[in-house]
Design a protein around this ligand. Structure first.
Ligand code: GTP
Length: 379
């Protein structure tokens, strides 16, 4: 029988201090780890996964909008964890942020980038780390086009030999990239200079290659997505809805692949085609067509004869008669007036007023509180 390593006594640090620039404007008002996936903040999906895998104590290394984390997560007990929100005065970088909380760590520690959705088996990773006598273990994932990433080369025993940042095609010898999950022994942070911006990839890891402290790569083929890339945001919601990755989202399956969370009002003559996740307090008026994979956030009002297909809406959006949404994302609290079409990768952030008979498409991005007059945008 395979021995199962114990994760319970280990602490985990989640790095959630990035600006999430690639996901703007969705991240203008909402830190990237707080953006919802299938109606639950991403960080909650992460924390639930850690809890399920036996981790009990988590430190969130936060840099901005820290109060949003405190308000949403409290002390973590709602999720069965002890959560500490630690705020940085200055951006410390990935390794610097962990150095900043070094006084809270002891022994082997799990460290996670706060923008990766994965179903990695943490106990198996820990068993690998222990069996190798490793001090630093980096989870690795294969990618199709390695030239866009930082590659990690290993020897036949999985010991890390070299890091290659965005290599030319002819220099590529592996397709394994750093998957943003690490087990690092707290002693390794003695190499990280205090109170300085310092990164793992360009700072600590190259130093460890020189000191000879054992550093191993742990390749996996688990589900893995960087939610911080805009075109991934819709995909990752779809993956959850179609079950490519199993994560618990709010709602009860009331019909085949249609999940509803709490009370909703769905009028007569509405067509619902799953997979759909619908939040509490949603009203869908007569004649609407809602086609999955689609997520509708709590308290949205979907007017008569609206069509929604392949879209993600956060909370409290108001769509008037005949609006059509297809392959797009709406943040919170937007109003879209009658007959407007939003499609083709468009992203509307929060509290925008979009007048009637507009057409938003081709990846257009609306910043918070944008106001668009009736019939003023078409392609
Ligand atoms: P982009 O601005 O879109 O690149 O996003 P990002 O800065 O969040 O992403 P990046 O891939 O550079 O960061 C990887 C992870 O490290 C993310 O989870 C970030 O939240 C986190 N991170 C990056 N820099 C810092 C930092 O200075 N402090 C802390 N606490 N976390 C950081």
């Amino acid at each position: 029988m395979r021995s199962v390593a114990a994760t319970t006594a280990m602490k985990a640090v989640i790095l959630v201090g990035g600006l999430g620039t690639r996901l703007r404007p969705l991240t203008c008002n909402t830190p990237k780890p707080m953006i919802p996936l299938a109606n639950r903040p991403f960080i909650e999906h992460m924390l639930l996964r850690l809890q399920e895998q036996g981790i009990e104590e988590v430190i969130l290394a936060v840099r901005y909008l820290a109060d949003q984390f405190r308000e949403t997560l409290g002390d973590g007990s709602r999720l069965g964890l002890r959560v500490h929100v630690m705020e940085e005065a200055e951006p410390m970088g990935t390794a610097g942020a962990v150095k900043n909380v070094e006084h809270m760590l002891d022994g082997d520690t799990f460290i996670f980038n706060g923008d990766i959705l994965t179903d990695l088996d943490l106990r198996a990773m820990l068993a690998f780390h222990q069996s190798k006598g490793s001090k630093t273990t980096i989870a690795l994932t294969p990618v199709d086009d390695p030239t866009q990433f930082g590659l990690v080369e290993m020897n036949t025993e999985n010991r890390v030999q070299r890091f290659l940042e965005k290599p030319r095609a002819e220099d590529v010898r592996t397709n394994l990239i750093n998957a943003g999950t690490y087990i690092i022994h707290a002693d390794m942070f003695r190499y990280v200079p205090p109170n300085q911006h310092y990164m793992f990839e360009r700072g600590l890891f190259p130093v460890l290659l020189q000191t000879g402290d054992p550093m191993f790569g742990y390749p996996t083929r688990n589900y893995w997505t960087d939610i911080g890339r805009p075109h991934n945001y819709l995909e990752v919601n779809h993956d959850i809805l179609i079950g490519r990755i199993q994560v618990p989202f709010p709602g009860r399956e009331v019909r085949n692949r249609i999940w509803i969370d709490g009370e909703t009002q769905i009028d007569d003559d509405v067509q619902l085609v799953g997979p759909l996740v619908i939040g509490a307090g949603v009203h869908i008026a007569r004649g609407a067509n809602i086609i999955g994979p689609t997520v509708i956030g709590a308290r949205c009002h979907i007017g008569p004869n609206v069509t929604i297909e392949d879209a993600v809406l956060w909370e409290e959006n108001r769509l008037e008669e005949g609006v059509s949404l297809r392959r797009c994302v709406l943040g919170r609290g937007n109003t879209v007036k009658s007959g407007t079409v939003i499609t083709d990768g468009a992203i509307v952030s929060d509290h925008c007023q979009i007048g009637a008979e507009n057409r938003l498409e081709r990846g257009i991005r609306l910043w918070p509180e944008s106001v668009i007059q009736d019939q003023s945008i078409s392609f």
